[in-house]
Design a protein around this ligand. Structure first.
Ligand code: A2P
Length: 267
C-alpha cells in the first residue's frame, strides 16, 4: 500500500545502542534550505477498536544538504518513546511518512555574513550542521567554519567524526565546497562523561576561554562572528546567554542578525 507522503528508506546505520541515522527517497516537491527541519514519522493505529491508522510525526532536522537527491536524518532511540521505539527498527525498503513542508531558524538567511561562523551542537543537535557543512554557501559566506560537538560519551561522537572525515576525503564535496574548505573548517569535539582528547561542556570551555586557546583563535565578537545553536533546551538557553554576553544579537529569517537557535525538539 502506498500512503500519502510516504517515502522509502534506502539506508540505515546504527552508530550506538542509542543513536542511528537513515536515508530515504526525497519527494520531488521538497525544496529546502540547508539547516531546516521537516515532520516525519510512522503510521500508528488510531485506537484499539479500529484498524484505522493516523500518522505519528516529530520534527527532524534534515542532515543532508539541499543538493542531495536523497534525505538523511540522525536520531536517538528512546526505548519507550512513542516514535523512536519503532522508528529505530526501520529497514531499507520500509516506508516512512514525511511532510514536505520544511521550516527552521538555522538558515544562512537569518544571519548577516561575517568572517567566522560557529556551529554549536550537543548530541543529535549536530544534524542540521551535517546539512550546512555540506552546503557550498557555508564556505562561500565565511572564511572560517567551526563545528563544536559535545556528547556524554566518546562513541556518541562517531556520527560527527565520520561526517568530518567524509567531508575532508570526498572528491565530489571538494569540487562543490571549493579548494580551500578543508583549511576553513575546524572541528572541536568534547565529551562530558568519558575521557577523551577534550573533556568538558562547551559552555564552560567558552566561559573559561579554553576553546579559543585550543583553536588558537580570537574571542567571539559581533564584528567577526556568527553562530548557530542546536542541542537540548538547557544547552540552547545557556549558550544563548553566553553569546549575548559576547555582544551577539539573535536573528531571524525576517531580521538577520548574529546568531540563531533551533526551535524544534525531538521526542
Ligand atoms: P553533561 O553530561 O554534563 O550533562 P544530553 O544527552 O543530556 O542531551 O546531553 C548532551 C551533552 O550536552 C552532554 O555532554 C551534556 O553534558 C551537555 N549538556 C547538557 N546540558 C547542558 C547545558 N546546559 N550546557 C552545556 N552543556 C550541556
Amino acid at each position: 500500500m502506498t500512503l500519502p507522503d510516504a517515502q522509502t528508506v534506502t539506508h540505515v546505520k546504527h552508530w550506538t545502542n542509542q543513536l542511528f541515522s537513515f536515508r530515504c527517497t526525497r519527494p520531488e516537491s521538497l525544496k529546502f534550505r540547508s539547516g531546516e527541519f521537516v515532520m516525519l514519522g510512522l503510521m500508528e493505529q488510531l485506537d484499539s477498536k479500529t484498524t484505522k491508522q493516523k500518522p505519528l510525526l516529530r520534527a527532524y532536522s534534515i542532515a543532508s544538504p539541499a543538493w542531495d537527491d536523497e534525505l538523511e536524518f540522525y536520531s536517538i532511540k528512546v526505548q519507550d518513546g512513542p516514535l523512536t521505539s519503532r522508528l529505530q527498527h526501520i529497514q531499507p525498503q520500509d516506508q516512512i511518512i514525511l511532510r514536505p513542508k520544511p521550516v527552521g531558524t538555522l538558515v544562512h538567511d537569518a544571519l548577516l555574513p561575517e568572517k567566522r561562523i560557529w556551529f554549536f551542537a550537543t548530541g543529535t543537535g549536530i544534524a542540521p550542521f551535517a546539512s550546512l557543512l555540506r552546503d557550498p554557501q557555508t564556505f562561500q559566506d565565511y572564511d572560517e567554519v567551526i563545528l563544536t560537538h559535545t556528547c556524554r560519551k566518546v562513541n556518541e561522537l562517531q556520527y560527527g567524526q565520520h561526517l568530518i572525515e567524509d567531508i575532508k576525503s570526498n572528491k565530489l564535496l571538494h569540487e562543490l565546497l571549493g579548494m580551500n574548505f578543508h583549511k576553513q573548517l575546524k572541528y572541536y569535539p568534547t565529551t562530558t562523561r568519558d575521557t577523551s582528547r577534550k573533556v568538558g561542556r562547551i559552555t564552560d570551555l567558552l566561559r573559561s576561554g579554553e576553546v579559543f586557546y585550543d583553536l588558537s583563535t580570537s574571542k567571539i565578537t559581533p564584528d567577526s562572528d556568527r553562530a548557530m545553536i542546536c542541542g537540548n533546551l538547557a544547552f540552547n538557553l545557556e549558550l544563548k546567554e553566553i553569546l549575548e554576553e559576547f555582544g551577539l544579537e539573535e536573528g531571524a529569517n525576517s531580521h538577520p542578525r548574529h546568531y540563531v537557535v533551533e526551535k524544534a525538539f525531538l521526542d
